[in-house]
Ligand binder design. Structure first.
Ligand SMILES: NC(=O)c1ccc[n+]([C@@H]2O[C@H](COP(=O)([O-])OP(=O)(O)OC[C@H]3O[C@@H](n4cnc5c(N)ncnc54)[C@H](O)[C@@H]3O)[C@@H](O)[C@H]2O)c1
Length: 270
């Protein structure tokens, strides 16, 4: 019985302050709710603006995380308003919507430098700038226990199966899952390992979550093709990553750092 209460205490985030970048996004918002449910107060840092939060423990801060002055201002404000964060989820970043133009989702030969820079910066430069500022505050406040979770992707581990999009090319749409997203998500893994080594003496653990694709009313032909590349024969539900997020954020994973946690229905094991 005592063991049982000890294990549930390890998942408790009462009194902890967290930052979720991309916190107004589909998964970022889920991650934030997971942390508040476990007792944390969460600052959502997003380029989009949210006027009013429905939750008394979620606070929105508008910032473009690729711009250092905006990151610096947002983190100073968060420290002033909420306290010093000890949890950071780097979730913000650009993916290409299926209806994006050819320079975003087209053949590699037409992929533009501008799109490459925007996608890479939104994930990698953004995670670098926010993590650097997070560490500065963490150290200056003398904290000694933190967790950073970098959101990678199954596509950071394996190449996109371009055959999934064959149905679109057959319809005349020259669609390919683009290169920069894969490179950015693989970069998040390298960043995770580097930062884990650097941050361990400070008491900050750094891990990556590598999620698979979330069902979001995509084209049924896409969904059918995607399902076949998973062992569990389905895309993820929007809340399928919440358990992994709570595990990585909390003391339940206190002996874990520098690791990539795959939650993808078995797709990268096939
Ligand atoms: N949705 C999926 O199927 C899936 C699968 C694997 C990995 N991921 C990854 O999970 C993370 C979250 O995905 P999501 O589905 O919530 O995406 P989303 O597009 O719904 O949310 C991303 C959020 O990031 C914000 N953002 C983008 N650029 C920014 C910038 N420069 N500064 C501040 N905010 C910025 C956007 O405004 C948006 O709110 C992403 O890193 C994504 O690559 C998603």
């Amino acid at each position: 019985m005592e063991e049982r209460s000890n294990i549930s205490q390890k998942f408790d985030l009462t009194g902890r302050i967290a930052i979720v970048t991309g916190g107004l996004g589909m998964l970022g918002n889920q991650f934030a709710d997971t942390l508040t449910t476990a007792g944390a107060t969460v600052a959502l840092v997003d380029i989009k603006q949210q006027n009013k939060s429905a939750d008394s423990r979620k606070f929105s801060h508008q910032a473009d995380i690729t711009k250092f002055d905006e990151v610096k201002t947002a983190l100073s404000q968060i420290r002033k308003d909420l306290g010093v964060p000890s949890i950071l989820i780097n979730s913000a970043g650009l993916d290409s919507p299926p209806d994006a133009p050819i320079n975003v989702n087209g053949p590699f030969e037409d992929y533009t430098e501008e799109t490459w820079d925007a996608v890479i910066d939104s994930h990698l430069k953004g995670a670098f700038l926010v993590s650097r500022e997070f560490l500065r505050h963490f150290r200056s406040a003398g904290l000694n226990k933190g967790s950073i979770i970098n959101i990678s992707s199954d596509l950071g581990l394996v190449a996109p199966n371009q055959k999934i999009y064959e149905y679109r090319r057959k319809k005349g749409e020259n669609f390919y899952k683009p290169v920069a997203y894969s490179v950015a998500k693989a970069g998040m893994i390298g960043f995770t390992k580097w930062l884990a080594g650097y941050s361990a003496p400070l008491g900050i653990r750094v891990n990556a979550l590598a999620p698979g694709g979330v069902y979001n009313q995509q084209d049924p032909e896409f969904v059918q093709a995607y399902n076949q590349r998973t062992m569990l024969d389905r895309m993820a539900n929007i809340d399928d990553y919440n358990g992994a997020i709570l595990f990585l954020a909390s003391d339940a994973s206190e002996y874990m750092t520098g690791t990539i946690l795959s939650v993808d229905g078995g797709s990268t094991a096939l």
